[in-house]
Design a binder for this molecule. Structure first.
Ligand SMILES: [Zn+2]
Length: 152
């Protein structure tokens, strides 16, 4: 396993539209395991592949007991409203107040290419929406009122 370098804004890769994964095999499993290790090394709770310079539709989430990867994720339903102050590993020191859906239904593939559907709510729903935005080149500074975090 390898800790990868997280790239920082501004960087064109963070603005790219990531491509769907079409090959499910060792390379994808290694990418996902490296992404988990990188997320942990940076003390993150989520990481999207473009943040480590890979423009593929892959993201990982790690919050308490919820640790999972989504490949080619698509949100099929949104409900409720949640407000949260979000940070991003690619935008150190920046916090943005963002309104998102409180609960979402996501259709995705697992690392073996098997389709599944899951409901996420609360903080995990926020993380998933944040990371899916990365796959479309959208950053938190596009979505809400930015303020700089003074002490970190
Ligand atoms: Zn982010």
């Amino acid at each position: 396993m390898t800790v990868l370098d997280v790239i920082f804004y501004p960087n064109d890769v963070l603005r790219a539209n990531s491509e769907p994964v079409t090959v499910f095999g060792y390379a994808l499993k290694k990418l996902i395991s490296d992404m988990f290790e990188t997320m942990d090394a940076y003390d993150g709770i989520g990481l999207a592949a473009p943040q480590i310079s890979v423009t593929k539709q892959v993201l990982v989430v790690g919050h308490k007991s919820q640790r999972f990867a989504l490949v080619n994720p698509e949100i099929t339903s949104f409900s409720g409203v949640s407000h949260m102050e979000e940070g991003c590993l690619s935008l150190p020191g920046v916090l943005v107040d963002i309104e998102r859906a409180e609960s979402i239904v996501v259709r995705a593939k697992d690392s073996d290419g098997v389709d599944f559907e899951m409901v996420y709510s609360g903080l995990v729903a926020t993380i998933v929406q944040h990371e899916i935005d990365h796959l479309k080149g959208v950053l938190i500074t596009d979505l809400g009122t930015t303020r700089l975090q003074i002490d970190e």
